[in-house]
Design a protein around this ligand. Sequence first.
Ligand code: AMP
Length: 216
Amino acid sequence: MEFKAKLVTWDDIEKWCEEINKKMLKDGIPDAIIGLSRGGLVPARILSDMILMKNLYAIKTEHWGLTATVDGKADLKYGLNVSIEGKNVLVVDDITDTGQSMKLAYDYIKTLKPKSVKTSTMLHIGHSSFVPDYYAQFVTDKEWTWFIFPWNVYEDITNLSSKIEMKSSSVDEIVKKLKESFDLSVNHSVLGKVLMQMVHMGKAELKDGKYTYIQA
Ligand code: AMP
């Protein structure tokens, strides 16, 4: 097995956001929420809904390139163009893995002179150098998994497909290869939709019901 990958469900997302919300409420409601684009956008939106918050902003960090591959150092791609001076802010991401993205965001947001900064992620991996104030689920280093969030299914499965031998393969064969290489359980119907989309995006070729990955 190359590494472990797992599909996260919308039910997981809802449960994890409810958990963060519960922990956050003990400290009080923030004045603004800042999501880290792209992974933190949906959790930030869900949390903002739970606390009836309209001050929802985003900044963009980049760290991991292709699925499960780190791209050098975490980088701040764009910042905020609204003032958060004197405000209590909550920074939201999906997962702290190395923790570099959250650390980068935290340090940047601190320079904008907020009154307080709290951080949250749904998942927090033990080896992370940054520990968020609120997280729903702790993942030990041994349990490290590439979590395929519902908003990243097409991108991640396309990237995983590039790592397996996908040459004139049926959907069933690809299901099997993804299981062998990544212990990934993906059903025929979900994979079928992603594969069709890969064909539309020029990432795969379909001939006689068999798919071939097209290397860029
Ligand atoms: P990091 O800077 O390593 O803490 O992670 C930066 C971003 O990469 C996270 O916000 C996620 O969007 C993505 N990421 C990192 N590790 C994982 C993982 N194990 N599963 C899914 N996404 C991840």
